[in-house]
Design a protein. Structure first.
Length: 131
């Protein structure tokens, strides 16, 4: 839900942003980003507060320690979800060069953070589960 809702909204925005260049449409996209961000914030907050319980309910007590990794991932989802809609909006407006630059910076950041955090999170996960 955290990723799919903005993806669907982004597809709808892309098709309209290529045709409409009015202030009213821009205001509707702005409110859509705000609503999507608010809904995702609620889901992220629920998963952050009760992630361990939800994981244990769905996958069993053995996987309860995975909530630490989930909490790190939720930070990224919270940031990237609204930008999905903005990405589609700017592509529809005809700014592909800016989006390529944005995606390049995002990809480099993701790769660097993976190298930094994967070992740390794996060690943390193993530490929590070996108690």
């Amino acid at each position: 839900l955290v990723q799919k809702l903005p993806n669907v909204a982004g597809i709808l925005v892309f098709s309209d942003s290529a045709k409409k260049h009015t202030k009213e449409f821009n205001a509707r996209v702005t409110s859509l980003v705000r609503v999507t961000f608010f809904l995702n914030l609620i889901v992220i907050l629920v998963l952050f507060l009760w992630g361990r319980e939800i994981i244990e309910l769905v996958f069993g007590a053995k996987f309860g320690g995975a909530n630490v990794i989930l909490e790190f991932m939720l930070l990224g989802f919270g940031i990237s979800a609204p930008t999905t809609i903005l990405h589609a909006f700017f592509m529809g407006k005809g700014f592909p060069r800016e989006m390529v630059l944005y995606n390049t910076i995002t990809a480099i950041l993701a790769i660097v953070l993976n190298f930094v955090f994967v070992k740390y999170l794996l060690d943390l996960y193993l530490c929590v589960n070996t108690r």
